[in-house]
Design a binder for this molecule. Structure first.
Ligand code: PLP
Length: 378
C-alpha cells in the first residue's frame, strides 16, 4: 500500500527552463526579469496597483508592520485561529496582539466582535481568509474606516478567491501572499506584499531594499543610490521568481486541478458528514474560494484523534491545523486565557485537513473517502 501524503510539491512544467534562463541571463539576484514577470502576473490577478515579491509571506507581513510604523504599546487585532506570522509581524514592532474569536461557519475573524475590541490604541486590524473563503469585508472595512484603522489582509490561502466579486487581497491597505510549499502556487519559500494604497508604495520599495533608494536608481530616477530609511532585505532571488513564474502562469490549470480535488471530497463526503454530525467547509454564496484546503470538523477532539490513527493505519496522512494563538505560551504573555475565544478553542481541537495537492489522483481520493467512511470511532 503506497502512502498518501498530506501535501506534495507540484511542477507546472516550465520551472527548470525558466530557472536556466535566469542563470543564462546572468541575473539570479533579486528584481530580475522573472521577478518583474511575477509582479505583473500578480498585479493582474489581484487588480492591484503594485505587488512586490518577498522572501516569504511572513516577511510580507513584517514589511507591512514596518510600513504602518507600528510602535511599542500599539494594539493590533488578529484572529486567534491563524498562523503565528499574522501576529508576530506586529509583535516584532512591540505591539500587543488583541485576539479575536472566529465565526463558527467560515472560521474567519468574527466581525461582530470588533466593536468591543477596538479602542484608541488600535493601530491595525489583520484579517486572514481561512481556506481562501473571504472574511466579511462589508462589515469590517466600514468599521475600520470610520475609526481610521488600516486593515491588513493575510491572504496566504486566498490568492484567486473573491468576496462579492472582488479579489481577496484587494481590500486591505496591504496584503500578504505566501508561496510556501504548502500553498496553491509555490517556489518553496516565498511571498509577496500587495500594495493597494499608493501612500505606502515608495517607502515599501525602500524598506524592501535595505532602506536604500536602489529601485529608483535602477529606474534612472536618481543618479546614485544611498541609505534613506531603516530597512532590510526582503527580495527573493530571481531563481525562485523563475520557479514561481512558471506556477503563476499555469494558474488556470493548477486551479482546475484543485477544484476537481475539492469537489470530489465534497461530493463524496457531504452526505456522510451530515449523517454523522461532521462539519465540512462552508463557502457562502457571495464568496468564491480558490480551493486551498478541505477539512472535516469532527464532533470531538477524541473523534479526531481516533480518525487520525485510523487513517494513519491505512497510510493516509491527515493533519490538524492552527492551535489558538491566545492559548500559546506567547499568547498567554499577552493576557490570553482559556475561554477567551471559545469558537477557536473548540474548532482547533476538532478540525482535520485531508490530503490535498495538485496531482492527487481520483483513485487515491477514493481510498481516503473509503477510509473515512469505514471509520466507526464515533
Ligand atoms: C503560510 C502562511 C503564512 C506564512 O507564509 P510563509 O511564506 O510560510 O512565511 C502566513 N499566514 C498564513 C495564514 C499562512 O497560511
Amino acid at each position: 500500500m503506497t502512502s498518501i501524503p498530506f501535501n506534495r510539491p507540484f511542477l507546472a512544467g516550465s520551472e527548470f527552463d525558466y530557472m536556466r534562463q535566469a542563470v543564462e541571463r546572468m541575473h539570479i539576484s533579486g528584481d530580475g526579469l522573472f521577478t518583474r514577470r511575477c509582479h505583473a502576473l500578480l498585479e493582474k490577478m489581484l487588480g492591484a496597483p503594485k505587488v512586490l515579491l518577498t522572501t516569504s509571506g511572513t516577511h510580507a507581513l513584517d514589511l507591512a508592520a514596518l510600513l504602518l510604523d507600528i510602535q511599542p504599546g500599539d494594539e493590533v487585532i488578529v484572529p486567534s485561529f491563524t498562523f503565528v506570522s499574522t501576529a508576530n509581524a506586529f509583535v516584532l514592532r512591540g505591539a500587543r496582539p488583541v485576539f479575536a474569536d472566529i465565526r463558527p461557519d467560515t472560521l474567519n475573524l468574527d466581525e461582530a466582535l470588533l466593536p468591543n475590541l477596538v479602542n484608541e490604541r488600535t493601530r491595525a486590524i489583520a484579517v486572514m481568509h481561512y481556506g481562501g473563503v473571504g472574511c466579511e469585508m462589508d462589515a469590517i472595512l466600514p468599521l475600520a474606516d470610520a475609526r481610521g484603522i488600516p486593515v491588513i489582509e493575510d491572504n496566504a490561502h486566498g490568492l484567486l478567491g473573491q468576496y462579492r466579486g472582488k479579489p481577496l487581497g484587494s481590500f486591505g491597505v496591504m496584503t500578504a501572499q505566501s508561496f510556501h510549499e504548502t500553498k496553491n502556487f509555490s517556489c518553496g519559500e516565498g511571498g509577496a506584499l500587495v500594495l493597494n494604497d499608493a501612500r505606502y508604495l515608495e517607502r515599501a520599495e525602500i524598506l524592501r531594499e535595505k532602506g536604500t533608494n536602489r529601485s529608483r536608481f535602477f529606474r534612472g530616477q536618481v543618479d546614485k543610490y544611498t541609505w534613506v530609511d531603516a530597512g532590510s532585505s526582503f527580495l527573493p532571488s530571481d531563481l525562485l521568481a523563475a520557479f514561481l513564474c512558471a506556477q503563476l502562469e499555469a494558474h488556470a490549470e493548477i486551479q482546475e486541478r484543485r477544484r476537481r480535488v475539492w469537489e470530489y471530497y465534497d461530493a463524496h463526503l457531504r452526505g456522510w458528514a451530515a449523517e454523522r454530525g461532521v462539519g465540512l467547509p462552508c463557502v457562502p454564496v457571495h464568496c468564491r474560494q480558490p480551493y486551498h484546503l478541505f477539512y472535516l470538523l469532527l464532533p470531538s477532539a477524541q473523534a479526531r484523534r481516533h480518525l487520525i490513527a485510523h487513517l494513519g493505519g491505512q497510510e493516509i496522512l491527515a493533519v490538524f491545523h492552527y492551535l489558538p494563538l491566545h492559548l500559546s505560551p506567547m499568547g498567554r504573555k499577552f493576557g490570553g486565557y482559556a475561554g477567551q475565544c471559545p469558537v477557536a478553542e473548540s474548532v482547533s481541537g476538532r478540525l482535520l485537513r485531508l490530503p490535498f495537492y495538485n496531482d492527487l489522483t481520483e483513485s487515491d481520493q477514493a481510498r481516503v473517502v473509503a477510509a473515512i467512511r469505514s471509520f466507526e470511532g464515533f
